[in-house]
Write a protein that binds this ligand. Structure first.
Ligand code: 5GP
Ligand code: MN
Length: 336
């Protein structure tokens, strides 16, 4: 294990650094990665962000995005960068399974592995861990890591601030989820002082829908929403044909599950979508209800108590039936 003093000492000289984050990166995954990237390059490091897969096109504007490489498109180059890296930062995930085939490469690399994350139950693959499940976003932890642990607040420039703001904004549900503490608002105030243009970032991420995406949302709400009042549960399921019909791309289904949760009294909401080879589930819950437990127990996944995900190799119809069948096990929690 490294301590912060040895890590800080390593960062005194230019290093070969890989920054990676989880499969299908969201705003926090990408925002924390690019925030750290924009910091490290100011210190003269040779840093590269490698994402395991592609990510939504509405993050393309982020500073440093043009330098990001996608593992599945650059396997040889990425493997070489990972093998030669002296440090690998693992952001917004804590189990190597979350980075697909890249996990083995990272595991086998001789680099020091630094985990910065806020998910439950970290796996033991790291040499230094900056981990706090109470942080609202990994981007918040990256800010604290730079400003407090490395004492480099002066290097939080407009680019760093813009990326970290994006991560905090997206993971805090635009500053409305319970994880949005006073401390989060203080960090965000610092980021705005450093040049993050809050209203513009929100516009770039949330007011960037295509007409198709909006019509697809309408279709989900009008035709696909199922409410089960006896379990205070609502779900939406989507087939591959529907994705094709509306030309739905990576990221376009993000947030749809929240509409199901926005019905008064609903404690558990699910969005289930048939992707090429598997069904992907997104669960959201209110209060004490453990959405992550359901994902872990039944759908090979995990996440936070109120926002979790998983996947299944079964067909969509089977997954829907499995989801409905598990609800009676949670009836007491759901109806109280
Ligand atoms: P989403 O529903 O937006 O895909 O994911 C919600 C939360 O659950 C995120 O914090 C994400 O990290 C976690 N999550 C989503 N899918 C998986 C999965 O397949 N495995 C695990 N362990 N966590 C997941
Ligand atoms: Mn996150």
């Amino acid at each position: 294990m490294l301590d912060i003093a040895s890590l800080a000492a390593l960062l005194e000289q230019p290093k070969k650094i890989v920054i990676t984050t989880h499969h299908k990166p969201d705003g926090d995954a990408l925002g924390s990665s690019l925030g750290l990237y924009n910091y490290l390059i100011q210190r003269g490091h040779h840093a590269k962000v490698i994402t395991p897969t592609d990510y939504p096109q509405y993050f393309d504007w982020m500073p440093g995005n043009e330098e990001v490489i996608i593992y599945t498109d650059t396997v040889e180059q990425s493997n070489q960068l990972i093998a030669e890296a002296e440090l690998i930062f693992c952001l917004d995930f804590n189990a190597l399974g979350r980075i697909n085939e890249m996990g083995e490469q990272v595991q086998n690399s001789g680099a020091y592995k630094i985990m910065i994350d806020h998910h439950l139950e970290p796996q033991d693959f790291d040499d230094y861990r900056y981990w706090n499940i109470n942080a609202c976003a990994t981007a918040q932890l990256v800010y604290d890591f730079i400003a407090t642990e490395l004492n480099d607040k002066a290097l939080v420039n407009k680019d760093v601030a813009t990326c970290l703001y994006t991560g905090i904004m997206t993971d805090s549900g635009s500053f409305r989820l319970p994880n949005t503490t006073a401390a989060v608002h203080r960090v965000v105030a610092d980021l705005i002082d450093a040049g993050a243009v809050n209203w513009r970032i929100h516009e770039l991420v949330y007011d960037s829908a295509t007409e198709n995406r909006l019509r697809f949302l309408g279709h989900c709400l009008a035709n696909k929403l199922v409410v089960l009042p006896e379990f205070n549960t609502a779900y939406i399921s989507v087939t591959q044909d529907e994705l094709k019909k509306y030309d739905i791309n990576t990221g376009d289904t993000e947030g749809i599950v929240n509409y199901a949760l926005s019905i008064s009294g609903i404690k558990l909401a699910a969005f289930m979508v048939q992707r090429k080879d598997k069904v992907k589930l997104s669960l959201r819950s209110r209060g004490e209800f453990p959405a992550n437990e359901i994902c872990k127990k039944y759908f090979n996944g995990g996440g936070h108590r109120n926002a979790a995900g998983g996947a299944s190799d079964e067909p969509l119809e089977t997954v829907i039936e499995q989801f409905k069948a598990l609800l009676p096990n949670y009836k007491t929690l759901l109806i109280q």
